[in-house]
Design a protein around this ligand. Sequence first.
Ligand code: ATP
Ligand code: MG
Length: 384
Amino acid sequence: MRGECVLGDAAEIVAGVLGIDVGEAARLMRRRLRAMSYRGLRYIVFRGETHGFREGTVILAGREPVVVHGYPAIRRLVLLSYTARHMVDRIVVEEKMNGYNTRVVYYEGEVYAITRGGYICPYTTARIRRMYGDKLRRLGEENPGVVLAGEVVGLENPYVPVYYPEAPGFDYFVFDAFRGDKPLPLRERDRLVSEYGLRRVRILGVIDKWDNESLRRFIELIEAEGREGIVIKDPEYRVPPLKYTTVSTNIGDIEEGMRYPFDEGKGYLFPRIVRLLAQGYEEDWRGEKLEEIAKRLGMAILRPALETLRKRAEGGLVAAEYRLVFPDEQVLGEFLEYMRSLGVDIVASIIGSTEEGLAARIMKIKETHDEYTRLLKTGISPLD
Ligand code: ATP
Ligand code: MG
């Protein structure tokens, strides 16, 4: 299959980087790693944690292999008033944007966009190169070894399409900068962002960790603006950050996920109920307030799932739809091949051309399609 490189070569590279013998590297290749390529650049994806490297780590295997570390998981805070227990003194409160995590690296003269899972996404890479290619190349030349991490947001988004007025179509907001596996102090990140003309996630404030009143105000603001949540960081990264999402986000995620109960739905439900449970405790929901939230939650679970089932019963396709803009036809082809190599059932149709390139409608067919088909055919539940 194109998009994958020869296994033997990859094992040798892995052996060299991890300091293990080739036999062990070959075994690892089969279990934990995956060899891929993008426009002639071979790379190796860590599909799970191994040898002290996080899932999502990548080895870029050009002339001189380098490791790009996986982006670390962020601890989720569910009781906002417990912030001080986890932080040192001052805290930076940033907006948590809702898109997809993208590491940007400059390697052997080119810019690459790497997803959370450790894959070079052909779509993201092409769009980021087009928007910020010159700036990112300069940043890479002048700051060797620096890897940026940021969120791709906007509607022209193949993973998490969410509308942002400041980025309606597609844009990239930096939230961290790394040297190796080490996050840089936030002022260093901010210097890079402003010096090279990039965009950064919004900082809501820099406050004392005990200042619960300000924290609560930030959450109310984020809730009122319909944004996702906040990330709380130590300015020097002396301790790891915390994330916190609003009540509306926690319910809204369930509503989104339950359009496809056998895909996102089942995994989304319980963790978000736990978040709401903690919020209900901290905010002391009772009586009418409790009923209001319970109704919203119930509707978020049932309504979208029922709508999809009706759609399937009427012969419709259960698929997630995206409108993407591809700089050219080559990128469209690369993206489809890439998604299919990851096992995604995807179809595309070109719907027009814009200044930015070709607009295409992409449909990802969901597991729920087949589960609903069987359910409607037999009347038997796939669960008990
Ligand atoms: P985790 O990162 O804990 O594995 P996840 O992949 O489910 O969880 P989220 O729950 O969305 O992701 O929360 C973490 C993600 O939030 C980060 O990986 C990053 O993509 C995104 N993010 C958005 N804004 C920020 C920000 N200001 N600082 C750090 N991360 C942010
Ligand atoms: Mg996210």
